[in-house]
Design a protein around this ligand. Structure first.
Ligand code: ZN
Length: 436
């Protein structure tokens, strides 16, 4: 297992979590430790690895700021898990009060091999409420030789009484660039060739988890000599970002037919439509980030993707982008249990292509206002309704209208946008009739 092989053995090898490392290094330096730690954060971010490094650092006879030496007797004893002074309990499978009672009963005896007794409880949120109650008594007044390190991904499930007795360390998701760097190091050690975009894509798919990134990469390198982006996309059944950009472009340009043709192609190729919706949401999110920050480094993707998306979202305003995001979020939930996801996706694309269905954005209002201003500047014909008759007043006689002051209604020619919407609507209805 690559993840086990490349698990950090000291603080120097840990990726990310800089703030936590500063605090832990300081504690190791002065050899002063808390009696109970609570590590919380996203999975695969190094909680258990750091808990083990900290355990060895506490007991190591020649520990440094970077952590344990890993060669002294104490380190070896912990590394081989061959002493009852070091206990690692997985609460996912040992969550009962009896499991905790057994652990607690051992805390009263002094350590026999190590300088302290150290208890790591992984996935601690799985403990039953009675198990937590039992644990609380010991954590409140722990024997001086005991140190507890609790790890969780779900802090909200930990009773407040337990949290108040622990020093809480928040573990953040590891950045894509930090994961990529680590993956490259591993591939170089394994003498494997790779494309940098392939590595970045794996890092992105890992969603902040180093363990997931290494697990994904392990599966991929078994089946190829050179890790290419094409290989990653094929094995992970990923959709090309280019498709999301094309569909989004069609939606923004209100080219409903084009968007549906793209959907038809994707569906015909047997691609997963839930993934398509996820990709569209990711692209829209990237678009909102680029739109707001105006900074191309704020999104992690290829330069072409970023440049195309940046130009695309600048045709919209932020309300419009958020409206699209709201629609696709609803769609994502809807297709989860849908009997016909293809139809659902198609209908939502049509909805997004139709400007009449979303609250008119500031951008659109300004566009219409500008068109009206131009019409007023250039002059226009107005239709006046009297009580019994209708009169068309030409733009050259417009002052006459003002004098009469009996205007009931003024019809202005339909804007091009409305006409375009109606055309799309007609085309889409005709296309829908093929599928319904
Ligand atoms: Zn050591």
């Amino acid at each position: 297992m690559l993840y086990a092989d490349y698990r950090p053995t000291n603080l120097k090898e840990v990726v990310g979590q800089e703030q936590n490392l500063v605090t832990l290094r300081e504690q190791i330096k002065i050899q002063k430790y808390d009696s109970a730690y609570l590590f919380n954060g996203h999975r695969g971010t190094g909680k258990t690895s750091i808990a083990r490094i900290l355990s060895r650092s506490i007991c190591c006879i020649s520990t440094t700021e970077d952590g344990p030496c890993n060669v002294c007797q104490s380190c070896k004893t912990i590394l081989t898990n061959s002493t009852l002074d070091f206990v690692e309990l997985d609460a996912a499978s040992h969550s009962s009060i009896n499991d905790i009672k057994e652990l607690i009963s051992s805390t009263q005896y002094a350590p026999t091999v190590l300088s302290r007794k150290i208890y790591i409880i992984d996935e601690v949120h799985n403990l039953s409420s009675s198990a937590f109650d039992a644990l609380l008594k010991t954590i409140e007044e722990p024997p001086a030789h005991c140190i507890f390190i609790l790890c969780t991904t779900e802090l909200h499930k930990i009773p407040a009484t337990i949290k108040s007795r622990c020093s809480i360390y928040q573990f953040s998701a590891i950045s894509i660039s930090a994961i990529s760097e680590r993956l490259i190091l591993v591939l170089n050690e394994l003498n494997k060739d790779f494309e940098i975009d392939a590595i970045n894509l794996i890092a992105k798919q890992a969603d902040g988890s180093m363990r997931d990134a290494l697990s994904i990469m392990e599966k991929l390198i078994i089946s190829c000599n050179t890790l290419t982006i094409k290989h990653v996309k094929t094995i992970l059944c990923l959709m090309d970002d280019e498709i999301s950009i094309q569909i989004l472009s069609s939606i923004i340009e209100r080219e409903g037919i084009k968007a549906i043709e793209l959907l038809k192609t994707i569906y015909g190729e047997g691609k997963n439509l839930a993934q398509l919706v996820d990709n569209l949401l990711q692209t829209l999110t990237d678009g909102v980030v680029l739109y707001s920050s105006k900074d191309m480094t704020s999104v992690y993707n290829t330069e072409t993707y970023k440049a195309t998306l940046y130009n695309l979202v600048n045709e919209c305003d932020i309300q419009q982008l958020f409206w699209y995001i709201d629609q696709f979020c609803v769609l994502r939930e809807k297709i989860r249990n849908s009997l016909n996801p293809y139809m659902d996706v198609m209908l939502y694309i049509i909805k997004c292509c139709n400007s009449k269905l979303f609250n008119e954005s500031t951008h659109d209002i300004l566009k219409r206002l500008s068109a009206l201003e131009n019409q007023i500047t250039e002059g226009m014909n107005v239709q006046i309704e009297y009580n019994s008759s209708t009169e068309i007043i030409s733009k050259d006689n417009i002052t006459e209208v003002e004098e009469k002051s009996i205007i009931h209604n003024i019809d202005i020619e339909q804007s091009e946008d409305v006409e375009a919407d109606e055309n799309i609507e007609a085309e889409v209805l005709s296309l829908l009739s093929d599928y319904l």
